[in-house]
Design a protein around this ligand. Structure first.
Ligand SMILES: [Zn+2]
Length: 241
């Protein structure tokens, strides 16, 4: 596919792949990723290609507000483009639904406002003296089919994860899949969660357009603590810290 204004700006050579194009902005020298969406209408019988997605809440007649409308489309993620950066610290693969491991391409819903918010939370943490080099997304997009499996076991029926604007996150610089000891008191507990939650609150105060959900999840036997953030457009809070 050729997108005329893009071809003019960056040259036809760059457009090798339908879904993502890596380009360099000649003014700033920064790397950009141009990502095209597959339209929502390509989902037929709950699938795009061989990849199962399921039916969105609005398709089942549950339209709570504008924010719950069907997404515009899907990003096609292949083995080749999965590491395409979507921002300084995040790439497409960070947000994929954790299912259908052997099915490619996969399809992803991801809103830029979410990625902006996550980057700003990292900036805010740094600003507060927290060494946040790596923010692990333990759950980003959840296809409606995948989300449905967890309803009644902690997942909300109309979860924002289905709309590509939610992420469950933890600072995990040492990459051990657990939240780090952010306040250096020798323990990983609700105080470290509070450090993250305070950073999210601060980002929302500075950028009201990125307002959304903030959920706090304490450690269980099975997993460590984490927080949920989203950009649903209205303030929502749950969990205690
Ligand atoms: Zn979540």
């Amino acid at each position: 596919m050729e997108v005329e204004p893009i071809a003019r700006l960056f040259g036809k050579r760059e457009q090798k792949n339908d879904a993502t194009v890596a380009v360099t902005d000649s003014a700033s020298g920064r790397q950009l990723s141009l990502i095209t969406l597959r339209p929502f209408t390509e989902k037929v019988n709950g699938r795009v290609g061989d990849y199962h997605i399921g039916r969105f809440p609005a398709e089942k007649g549950r339209l709570r507000s504008e924010a719950y409308e069907n997404p515009e489309g899907f990003i096609e993620v292949t083995r080749e483009n999965k590491d395409t950066p979507v921002s300084e610290h995040f790439r497409l693969a960070d947000f994929l639904t954790h299912d259908q491991a052997n099915v490619w391409p996969k399809y992803l819903v991801l809103r830029e406002a979410l990625v902006d918010k996550l980057e700003l939370v990292m900036v805010e943490l740094q600003h507060r003296g927290v060494d946040a080099q790596r923010l692990r997304v333990t759950s980003g997009f959840r296809s409606p089919q995948y989300n449905q499996k967890g309803v009644g076991r902690g997942r909300a029926r109309d979860s924002r994860h289905q709309f590509g604007d939610a992420a469950d996150i933890m600072v995990d610089n040492n990459q051990d899949n657990r939240l780090d000891d952010l306040n250096h008191d020798g323990r990983v507990n609700s105080k470290d969660i509070r450090v993250m939650a305070d950073a999210v609150e601060s980002v929302e105060r500075q950028y009201p357009e990125l307002i959304g959900g903030l959920g706090v999840y304490r450690a269980t036997r099975a997993r460590g603590p984490f927080i949920h953030v989203d950009v649903r457009g209205v303030r929502a809070r749950w969990g205690r810290y």
